[in-house]
Design a protein around this ligand. Structure first.
Ligand code: SF4
Length: 357
């Protein structure tokens, strides 16, 4: 993984938004600075007339793991034709799920919904080994789209369990990634959701513990929980590198860099997207109004009233085209100037499974 952390800066280019293809592609490389005029109906309504600044924190939108997962489904559709079954949402984004459904993907919750001998894709969030065994038992052709950074956490859990440690997993109960990671060594894993849980945590041997975490949590919250774990269990071990992934970390840093000057933060992402929710919470925790939306059509005119500076970001599973649409929607309420604010560049790409290369 390559991370290039840089100081926040302003970038201006001639043709920032409106150029990414439907649903795919990386965020516009240079961002944008251009003025858009309000739509006629909103000018007439006089909803807002003052010029606004729209900040685009970068990185935002798709990460390498999401791109790979979507590429896998698309490659299977191209190579074999529909249907391609996918266990759970391939990524937590309503737009992408609908888009792939329209092209022949069928999303199921359990393997028994899949016909015998069919092709099944495991989503980017990963699955418990028991699910892999069940797919094999049923003779399904399973293709694993688990993000390699989630697989890394599974491997850490396996190593810790093999060393007879108890795994203390920091994560949100019921999230698909957590269900999958806990399934690696269910008899040796306990879940911690917040720092306050640490005081009442029951473990077999306080000297044989390893903590791991879900990849899409708030960095600050994970640090707080790890500090609480270290205070109570001084011998607890951690992963060799952080489990909260580069994409989550970068998107949070990018929002943090614009929070002070933003009157409103719009986060594009679905309600079940963990990293998107964390971006919204970061803004709200800092006292800034923030909303999580799937589509531009969800913007309430009232949100924009008296907001001079609006930050628009997107969780790691939301495609760049939705950012373009939100910016265009804001422009329909009054003139805007768009500025890209980048804190890091991302160049990470994950290879497709060998059979699809
Ligand atoms: S958010 Fe992180 S862990 Fe999740 S798919 Fe993206 S890169 Fe992988």
């Amino acid at each position: 993984m390559r991370r290039t952390q840089r100081q926040p800066r302003v970038r201006r280019v001639a043709d920032g938004f409106g150029r990414s293809g439907i649903g795919r592609g990386r965020p516009a490389a240079g961002g944008g600075s251009r003025t858009q005029r309000p739509g006629r109906e909103h000018r007439r309504a006089g909803v807002v007339t003052a010029p606004r600044k729209v900040l685009l924190p970068s990185p935002r939108s798709f990460c390498a793991g999401v791109e790979r997962a979507i590429d896998i489904v698309e490659a299977l559709l191209t190579r074999y034709g529909p249907p391609v079954y996918v266990r759970n949402q391939i990524v937590h984004n309503a737009f992408m799920v609908r888009d792939l459904e329209a092209r022949g993907a069928i999303f199921v919750s359990e393997l028994d919904e899949v016909p015998a001998d069919a092709r099944i894709v495991f989503s980017a969030h990963g699955v418990a080994p028991a699910v892999e065994r069940e797919a094999e038992r049923r003779g399904l052709d399973a293709i694993d789209a688990t993000c390699p950074l989630v697989t890394k956490v599974h491997n850490e859990a396996r190593r810790a369990a093999n060393a007879e440690d108890t795994v203390v997993l920091i994560g949100h109960e019921g999230h698909e990634e957590v269900v999958g990671t806990m399934g690696v060594a269910p008899e040796r894993t306990v879940l911690v959701e917040r720092a306050a849980d640490v005081a009442t945590l029951v473990v077999r041997d306080p000297d044989r513990l390893t903590y791991l975490s879900q990849t899409t949590l708030a960095v600050a919250e994970v640090e707080e929980i790890i500090a609480a774990l270290r205070r109570r269990f001084p011998k607890i071990k951690g992963p060799g590198s952080d489990d909260v992934c580069y994409a989550t970390t970068n998107r949070q840093a990018a929002v943090a860099a614009v929070l002070e000057e933003s009157d409103l933060v719009l986060v594009i992402g679905s309600v079940n997207s963990s990293n998107s929710n964390r971006l919204m919470e970061m803004a709200r925790d800092a006292g800034t109004e923030s909303h999580l939306i799937d589509y531009a059509s969800e913007i309430e005119p009232e949100w924009l009233r008296d907001k001079g500076t609006i930050a628009v970001t997107a969780g790691a599973s939301a495609p760049p085209v939705l950012v373009d649409e939100v910016v265009t929607a804001i422009a329909s309420y009054g003139p805007i100037e768009v500025e890209e604010r980048s804190v890091a560049e991302e160049h990470l790409e994950f290879l497709l499974p060998v059979r699809l290369r």
